[in-house]
Write a protein that binds this ligand. Structure first.
Ligand code: NAD
Length: 499
């Protein structure tokens, strides 16, 4: 089902922000234009209309922002106690709790996710901030024994790494920026964030709000602009100590190359092609909506989307029928339509990519069971793709091997546990994955056998900072969540004290 009308009026604050003639960079606590004076435009994916004009930051702007971040890192911010940083994070959580609707509306207009879904992400953000507030007072080294003759005391200390370059994708910037911001504020680092052009607005707004909430000037800076210019300048900057990157595997490679200039530390969260494995004994009342939304949520624009749905052969027909029936309950519509479950994809290029993969799937011999087209009527100007299901997909097909990043679910039959594991592992990515079975031995064998950074059993997509989220193979490295995440914002100093 599709809905067309934009039935939610924007709140005054979101409207005020979106009506700015141009959105400047945020450097050293100030809104400033790009030095070149150049701008880029970004569209509302629900309508295709120009939404905002962004500063096209380049090398000179990245230089300014990195300098501001370096000064802040070495200045008064470095004297803040862990309790003060924790207090700041707690204050930020209170402010964002009050301002979340404004941010959700800005993000909905900018990246197209339904506002109702974005509202649902508030709880996750609050958890994240609470986690990072607790981490601010949990940083510790060790006292260590040693074999040195004489009276020598030895220990390790943890210290903040320095200036972080945070490069953010468009598919969920509102929350995902806090994986960086939270760790920066908890650890005492500073940052320059480079959001994706397609979805920079929530990052710019958050920087302003956080500054008002007490984040000192220079601690968080935002440079908008293209990946090729602003992103590359940040990744290659000799005064940036560490890059936290989320995005495509291809860009991840160029970030690794750029990092060699000063041997930057890296955290890379890259693409995925996760297998969601449904056994014949699964509770289909849960597995069907779980597997379907494991693909369709955010219109398929989720790195850990379980796009390869492996279904045990005896239930392929029943599972397929039930997935198609579940799809009848999904409403695709404008991101401000309160009733929409799914919005558009991000832009024309992504729309064409997804439609191209749907053609490829049909040409490869997969059976198109539902969807496959751009939505028309009153949605014709937005970038809407029908949620799509292919049956009879084999793991050799490109639609099973390559990341589509759109609402395309492939049903792939399998016979037994070992075949399911082999199919799941026959892919270059290793991000997410799931197993649905009421047999604990089956579930355990699969979760141990599949080479992937995160596995869910009888559920899909939970992420809690206390538990974390990981990737392996072409999906990158560096934990999100747990103290392992904080460790990547710190370095260890070994200390020898002759008494
Ligand atoms: P992308 O790699 O094109 O862009 C990501 C960011 O990198 C953007 O800010 C972009 O401007 C910047 N960038 C582009 N080229 C750059 C360069 N040469 N140097 C430095 N920065 C550069 O990815 P995208 O299209 O924005 O996002 C989609 C991809 O991100 C998908 O592959 C998806 O799987 C992945 N993703 C992964 C995760 C995860 O946690 N693993 C989360 C979200 C998205």
């Amino acid at each position: 089902m599709t809905t067309t009308q934009q039935n939610l009026p924007l709140c005054e604050q979101a409207q005020g922000f979106l009506s700015r003639e141009a959105h400047h960079l945020f450097i050293d606590g100030q809104r400033v234009p790009a030095e070149s004076g150049q701008t880029l435009t970004t569209a509302n994916p629900s309508t295709g209309q120009v939404l905002a004009r962004l500063a096209a930051g380049g090398q000179a702007d990245v230089d300014r922002a990195v300098l501001a971040a370096r000064r802040a890192f070495e200045g008064q911010w470095s004297t803040w106690t862990p309790y003060e940083r924790q207090g700041l994070l707690t204050r930020i959580a209170q402010v964002l709790d009050e301002r979340f609707e404004e941010l959700a509306q800005i993000e909905a207009m900018d990246m197209g996710a339904p506002v109702s879904k974005l509202r649902g992400a508030k709880a996750a953000l609050m958890k994240m901030l609470s986690f990072f507030a607790s981490q601010a007072t949990s940083i510790s080294g060790e006292t260590l024994m040693n074999g040195i003759p004489g009276n020598v005391t030895t220990m390790t200390l943890k210290a903040p790494v320095g200036v972080i370059g945070g490069i953010i994708p468009w598919n969920g910037a509102l929350n995902s920026q806090f994986w960086i911001i939270g760790a920066v504020l908890a650890s005492g680092c500073t940052a320059v964030l480079k959001p994706a052009t397609e979805a920079s607005l929530s990052v710019l707004r958050v920087a302003e709000i956080l500054h008002e909430a007490g984040v000192p000037a220079g601690v968080l800076n935002v440079v908008t602009g293209s990946g090729r210019e602003a992103g590359h300048a940040l990744a290659a900057h000799p005064n940036v100590d560490r890059v936290a990157f989320t995005g495509s595997t291809q860009t991840g490679r160029s970030i690794i190359e750029a990092s060699t200039v000063n041997i930057k530390k890296l955290q890379l969260e890259l693409g995925g092609k996760s297998a969601d494995i449904v056994f014949a004994d699964a509770d289909l009342d849960k597995a069907v909506p779980g597997a379907a939304m494991g693909v369709f949520a955010n219109s398929g624009q989720i790195c850990f989307a379980g796009t390869r749905v492996l279904v045990q052969r005896p239930i392929v027909e029943e599972f397929t029928e039930r997935v198609l029936a579940f799809m009848d309950t999904l409403r695709v519509g404008h991101s401000l339509d309160d009733a929409a479950n799914l919005g558009p994809v991000i832009n024309q290029t992504q729309l064409e990519n997804v439609l191209n993969y749907i053609d490829i799937g049909q040409n490869e011999g997969a059976e198109l069971l539902r969807g496959g087209h751009r939505l028309g009527g009153e949605l014709e100007n937005g970038y809407f793709v029908q949620p799509t299901v292919f049956g009879g997909v084999t793991n050799q097909m490109r639609i099973a091997r390559e990341e589509i990043f759109g609402p395309v679910l492939s049903i792939m039959p399998f016979d037994d546990v070992e075949e399911a594991i082999a199919i799941a592992n026959d892919n270059d990515y290793g991000l997410g994955g799931a197993v649905w079975s009421q047999n604990i031995s089956t579930a355990l064998r699969v979760l141990q056998g599949v080479h992937t950074g995160t596995m869910w059993v009888n559920c899909y997509g939970y992420i809690d900072p206390l538990v974390g989220f990981n990737g392996t193979k072409l999906s990158g490295y560096g934990s999100k969540g747990t103290s392992a995440h904080m460790d990547t914002y710190l370095y260890t100093k070994s200390v020898y004290i002759q008494l």
